[in-house]
Design a protein around this ligand. Structure first.
Ligand SMILES: *Cc1c(COP(=O)(O)O)cnc(C)c1O
Length: 406
């Protein structure tokens, strides 16, 4: 432990420089990206301002079109967040009040709360032994006669076992919808995440691989009815080609819509950033490989992302660099004292969250999800991160486990 650094006031630790002279490593920053992209973003934003139409403008449609080309999706529906995209997706895919949706116990909370918001009931399943996707065998074990859908989540850097999920879904009569909020760029046999079932979502929360300057999200689907229903739902049940009925949807509750539209300014920023998404993804992959090369040599580091291959037919896109380690919380504190920010993804498995206590789960119900929550630590990973930053994070981890001081 470096006593000099640990005595610094908290503001110094999170500031741009950390006492000893070494620059702090924030968990996420895109200041450089925005400086570079500013002329382009400004011209898109000026166009929005010149039009003077800040809702139902053509900016959202332009971004939807560009994203449809990038992903290969038949339909892209721009909305105000990944969470609302999930709620719209579930309802547009035909979820009825009281229907069960099987979701993993290890994921961001919105995977399960979106089911509740859509009128359904989440049913938790464990995740696979290696990696963080839902375990198809667990889906088979927890699904009941009331289960109508299964929602795999593609976390961090690779797709869930989508073939395994489809096999169980076919046998159990479940519709597959994807929480692909983190999965931009991830593909299975060339098909983009979110297009491997009835539909999927993307989140453009600022820290995501493609981030807005506030909240935004999108629904992706190749299904005309899902797209048309979602378009209506995002705007009070209006819009789309039909104004007063929902072809193919017999559930009358679908007629109550939301105000979930994407903002034209976010669409303008996202359109500019989409132009460098391939470069950003390549940059993240290079940084991720650099982390792995160092980290897999360090005692105390139990798992690094590069050691788990994608499922057959899947690619790797590095959104979060998640490692599993011994004494995780002590390591995080040690790094924080050196000005290195990390995050715990995800601190508590969803079956043990207070908001789902009524489902009656106990510790031990989903051992793999619980083990991941205890050991997982997300390291800084973003296009603006430098090689030197990666080396400093690795030095910090190495020093923690070897007791070395430098
Ligand atoms: C980010 C995220 C969401 C929610 O997206 P928002 O845009 O923040 O609402 C949902 N699921 C997963 C797995 C996510 O990572």
């Amino acid at each position: 432990m470096e006593s000099v650094e640990t005595t610094l006031p908290p503001s110094e630790k999170t500031g741009p420089r950390n006492g000893g002279g070494a620059p702090a490593v924030p968990f996420f920053s895109q200041a450089d990206t925005f400086r570079e992209l500013w002329p382009e973003i400004r011209s898109h934003c000026v166009r929005v301002l010149d039009r003077g139409k800040f809702s139902h403008g053509s900016g959202v449609a332009a971004f939807e079109h560009a994203l449809a080309r990038w992903t290969g999706a038949e339909h892209v529906v721009g909305v105000n967040s990944g969470t609302d995209a999930l709620v719209l997706l579930l309802r547009a895919a035909g979820l009825r009040p009281g229907d069960e949706v099987v979701v993993p116990a290890y994921t961001f909370v919105a995977t399960a709360t979106s089911v509740v918001l859509a009128g359904g009931v989440p049913v938790f399943a464990d995740i696979e032994e290696r990696g963080y996707g839902i375990d198809p065998r667990s889906v088979d074990a927890v699904a009941t006669s009331r289960s109508r859908m299964v929602m795999p989540v593609h976390l961090f850097d690779r797709l869930a076992d989508i073939r395994g999920v489809h096999e169980v879904a076919r046998r159990r009569g479940l519709t597959v919808v994807e929480d692909s909020a983190e999965a931009i760029g991830m593909r299975q046999d060339g098909r983009h995440a979110g297009l491997l079932g009835a539909g999927g979502v993307l989140s453009f929360f600022p820290a995501k691989t493609l981030g807005a300057i506030g909240d935004a999200g999108a629904l992706l689907t190749d299904d005309d009815t899902v797209a048309e229903t979602a378009r209506a739902l995002r705007h009070h049940g209006r819009g789309g080609r039909t104004l007063d009925h929902f072809p193919g949807i017999s559930n009358p509750t679908v007629l109550a819509g939301y105000n979930s539209k994407m903002d034209d300014v976010q669409a303008a920023v996202l359109l500019a950033k989409l132009g460098r998404l391939d470069a950003d993804i390549a940059r993240r992959a290079a940084l991720s490989a650099r982390y792995d090369e160092r980290l897999r040599q360090i005692p105390g580091v139990l798992a690094v992302p590069g050691d788990v291959a994608p499922h057959p037919g899947g690619n790797r896109v590095c959104y979060v660099h998640l490692i599993e380690v011994e004494r995780r919380d002590a390591l995080a504190a040690h790094l924080a004292a050196r000005g290195i920010a990390t995050e715990v993804y995800y601190p508590t498995p969803l079956h043990l969250q207070p908001c789902f206590a009524h489902l009656g789960h106990r510790p031990g119900d989903f051992p793999r999800a619980e083990a991941a929550c205890a050991a997982a630590l997300a390291l800084p990973l973003y296009a603006d991160l430098s090689e030197t930053d990666v080396d400093r994070v690795c030095d910090g981890i190495e020093d923690f486990y070897t007791g070395r001081r430098r």
